[in-house]
Design a protein around this ligand. Sequence first.
Ligand code: GLU
Length: 443
Amino acid sequence: MSYIDKVLEELIAKNPAQPEFIQAATEVLNSLKPVIERNPQFEKESLLERIVEPERQLMFRVPWVDDNGKVQVNRGFRVQFNSAIGPYKGGLRLHPSVNLGIIKFLGFEQIFKNSLTGLPIGGGKGGSDFDPKGKSDREIMAFCQSFMTELCKYIGKDTDVPAGDIGVGGREIGYLYGQYKRITGLYEGVLTGKGLTYGGSLARTQATGYGLVYLVNAMLGAAGKSLKGQTVVISGSGNVAIYAAEKAQQSGAKVVTMSDSNGWIYDANGIDIAAVQEIKEVKRGRIKDYLNYHADAKYTEGKGVWSVKCDVALPCATQNELNLDDAKTLIANGCYAVGEGANMPSTLEAIDAFLDAKVLFAPAKAANAGGVATSALEMSQNSMRLSWTFEEVDAKLKGIMENIYAEMSEAAKEYGLENNFVAGANIAGFLKVAEAMMAQGIV
Ligand code: GLU
């Protein structure tokens, strides 16, 4: 049995209830075959066994009082996965689907994504099974304060710097930051995605979506194509989806769909982003409300954006939202490029189908790294106690995304896997972390 197969077999045996983590690890490890062959010292020093085991996993009780005076209890998580190249860095997800396996898959992805940014950040992730949907501001605050009361013991500007993810935006980061400062007395860059009045960075809100389109532009450019005049299908309507849609439109594309967990909209005239922003960011409503702005658009309950004919697909909702059947439909409809804005939105089978069909496929770790990259820029600004302009941050973000494209395509080429950016991103992200771990001894 090969070294990689052996590590995967042990991983599956040890983590039986963590299918998403096993999926993420399987994708990464299988693409490292040529690297392991070239570097036998990695097996000798059990590097893969070490890299799939988090340095530390925290699980804690989060009690809070709801608006009816009832005590609610949620489960909090922080997985500090790998600190070889910098302090743990990664978001907090608040969603009822959150469990240890989900946080581990996200933390594992984060190691390689953060490495690809070229910035000094390790991998971590956290969150809770708390469901923010339908909660009042006061309930959100009560939860965030209780969550941080425990989490603050384990984080800090040079140890672990959480941020947002699904269910955590500016409002939640504000409540978390206020509680951290109150308990520790430290005014430091312990969280990113902060508001602009208390240490946040310009362009952080837009960064994941804009970065996704910068990377897709680089990928299409290298293939002699561009987004100009192309039809783009986007899933999701959160922060990533909204700013991906905005930048895609600025690049000359027509974005025709967006979705949420209830259903999806199709607007043949191109999505009105200002309307989606008002529905989602101001009113915290449902995507169905888009019909109040554009009665000629179409709303359908359930899943379905991948059935729409398009040139480019940008899954920006959540993990495993695009399966083999969806991939087949997209390919049959002529879709020739996919950029993953969400974390692990495509199943392993869907990825294989895209690669077999020679679809230009930009995997999440590369394509959505703009968010965490800009978080690292926020950390730099906090350390320097100054703020860069929107244009400065945006220009740095664009440079980082173009560099990620170059790194993943060069790594793919070097290992004879031209245009397989899944392998390219995994290899490039892995090598930096692996070299740092080897240099630091048995840790
Ligand atoms: N949650 C985002 C991600 O998946 C951003 C993390 C961060 O800014 O630390 O990369």
